[in-house]
Design a protein around this ligand. Sequence first.
Ligand SMILES: [Zn+2]
Length: 171
Amino acid sequence: MPRNYNALDIPPIVVGSEMRAKMGKFNSFERRKAEQQVKPDHCLLCGEPQTSFCNSHTLPAFCLESIAENGHVLSTADAIGTNIVESSIGLNRAGTFRLVCRKCDNEFFKEYESRSSYGRSPAQQILGKIAVKCCLSELAKSRRDSAMYGKNPLLQKVGNTLSCTYSELDV
Ligand SMILES: [Zn+2]
C-alpha cells in the first residue's frame, strides 16, 4: 500500500485489487508492445547496427543500490499515493532505457558510473555525460509513450478529453 505524503496536494488515487490487476496487465502488455515498435536498429551513440541493447540506468547503479530496500526503490506512485502502479520497482527496471549498445554503455559512461568520480567536484565531462543519460532516457520514454498512447483509441479519447479540458482553462 502506498504511503501517504501529506506534503503533496494530489489526492490519493486508490483502486480495487481487480481494477489494479487489469490496469497492471494492460500497462505491461502495451508497454512491451510499444517498446518493440520503437526499438531502434542501431545504437544511438555509436551508430552500429544492433538487435539488442544494454539495460542502461539513468542513475548509476551504485547510487540506486545505496537507497534500495530488498532490491527495490520507491517509485513515483509511492510519492503520489496511488496503487494504480507498483509503489516500488526492482533495481533492474528503475530509471532504465534501451537505446545504446553494451560497449557504449560500459565505455562512454565509465566515469559517470564510477563511485570514485564523485568524491571530488564533478568534471565538465561527467556533467556532460549526465546530460546525455538524461536525454537518452527522455528520448526512450517519449518513443515508447508515443507508440503506447498515440494509437490506442481509448487513450486517445482520454488525451482528447484532457486537452479540451486543459484548453478551456485559458492558461
Ligand atoms: Zn554503441
